[in-house]
Design a protein around this ligand. Structure first.
Ligand SMILES: [Zn+2]
Length: 145
């Protein structure tokens, strides 16, 4: 075994922390350590937020490694991406998904169904805009960003 190379892989894997929202960095850090303990040659090829959850891709793995990755994703689905507090998957009216705590939910609404379900009712707050239902992805809606 080549300990120096393994430490370089660990160091490289930790650089992915910079690629994801701050609230999830403890989750990814923990996953990197668990993966390293299972197999110090596993290299992360991508870590990113997608549809409100943490996705980790690796160059190779095992059932145990993928269990670690799945657990990290599950943890991200309960943790605010900005602060790490208890959170849930939310979406903006124009279809942007994010896992946010109540304090960081401005502009979002909770999801009560899986993301694959298409919402037909478009929530537009208190404004009375009869054309709103015909414009998807209207960027002037809310201050989510
Ligand atoms: Zn938060």
């Amino acid at each position: 075994m080549n300990g120096r190379r393994e430490m370089m892989t660990m160091t490289y894997n930790l650089t992915w922390l910079a690629a994801i929202p701050a609230g999830w960095r403890p989750i990814l850090h923990d996953a990197v350590e668990r993966l390293h303990a299972l197999d110090p040659t596993i290299q992360i090829t991508l870590a990113k937020e997608k549809f409100g959850s943490l996705r980790i891709h690796v160059d190779h793995g095992s059932a145990d490694a993928y269990a670690v990755i799945d657990a990290a994703r599950a943890a991200s689905e309960r943790s605010c991406e900005l602060c790490g507090a208890d959170a849930q998957l939310r979406r903006t009216p124009d279809g942007y998904y994010a896992t946010r705590c109540p304090d960081h939910a401005t502009g979002f609404m909770p999801l009560e169904e899986a993301p694959s379900v298409t919402f037909r009712v478009v929530v537009r707050g208190d404004r009375h805009d009869p054309s709103a239902d015909h414009h998807e992805g209207n960027p002037d809606d809310g201050d989510a960003r």
